[in-house]
Design a protein around this ligand. Structure first.
Ligand code: NAD
Length: 248
């Protein structure tokens, strides 16, 4: 197990098919707090579980209030070094795909084509109808919420409109999960960055990749439960570790 970043460029150079897997730690250098680090505003504004959202108007109100509170904290976030490095790896034709647990759209903002970003926990920059999947933009929802104290129903079918993220207790998006599994199975290097690897089923993907013969690399500030399974673990700040890739 490597403990220094020196060999990362070599590992990348040897790989034929690289897949990246990112978590909230990827975006902390953009000013978007992660979920579990101390003092996280996500703890004070915890996402409302899916069942409560569906069954209770009061829970929906609170969900939207927390959502807009969090949006105000990180609306202006811009891609950081890690996002840019992965985008440059993709531009160089070296990144087959990227699976992210993040909902902030910052990989796409860094230049990764949306079709190569698999968002297994959805996307918080817009909303969708839970009935007909029609897309809704957040600005008109917010204006309605601030005027009436609740979000509007879907104008296409009257269904409940919810942020396009996957809440606790909500079914994982089947298409995105199938693509993520396919990417994990078909790569020879699975590069994890900025995830505590405690959220399931997302954390099964590195295991799947490793079982299918891929080299598993984990880059994270803190230990993760999968470090022992990994071929290489770098503990440190994503920006300083990924800087080599941008230069490489
Ligand atoms: P997590 O909060 O559980 O873990 C993040 C990990 O990143 C932690 O282990 C932390 O030590 C590490 N980290 C933080 N900043 C780092 C840095 N600069 N360099 C290296 N490591 C760093 O996040 P998770 O594993 O993604 O799971 C949390 C869930 O919350 C996910 O499902 C995700 O959808 C959601 N979430 C998303 C965002 C986002 O979109 N930016 C933010 C918070 C939470």
């Amino acid at each position: 197990m490597s403990t220094a970043p020196d060999g990362l460029l070599d590992i990348l150079a040897k790989a034929r098919r690289i897949v990246a897997f990112t978590g909230a730690g990827m975006s902390t250098e953009s000013g978007v707090p992660d979920f579990r680090s101390p003092g996280s505003p996500w703890m004070a504004n915890k996402p409302i579980p899916f069942d409560a959202f569906v069954s209770s108007a009061a829970a929906r109100r609170e969900a939207w209030r927390r959502k807009f509170t969090m949006d105000d904290l990180y609306r202006d976030a811009q891609p950081a070094e890690g996002h840019r490095a992965l985008a440059s790896l993709h531009r160089a034709g070296r990144l087959a795909g990227l699976i992210t647990q993040n909902i902030d759209g910052l990989h796409q903002a860094a230049g990764l084509p949306p079709e190569d970003v698999v968002e297994i926990h959805g996307n918080g920059t817009y909303a969708t109808c839970l009935e007909c999947s029609h897309r809704h933009e957040l600005a008109p929802i917010r204006a309605h919420f601030e005027a009436h104290g609740h979000a509007p129903a879907c104008d296409a079918c009257g269904g409940l409109v919810k942020s396009a993220t996957i809440s606790f207790g909500q079914r994982m998006p089947a298409g995105a999960m199938a693509r993520a599994v396919e990417l994990a199975r078909s790569c020879d290097l699975f590069l994890v960055a900025g995830s505590s690897l405690v959220v399931y089923p997302a954390a099964e993907l590195p295991v799947l990749a490793r079982q299918n013969g891929a080299t598993l690399v984990i880059i994270n500030r803190e230990p993760t439960p999968l470090d022992d399974l990994a071929d290489h673990v770098w503990r440190g700040e994503i920006g300083s570790i990924f800087r080599q890739i941008d230069a490489g």
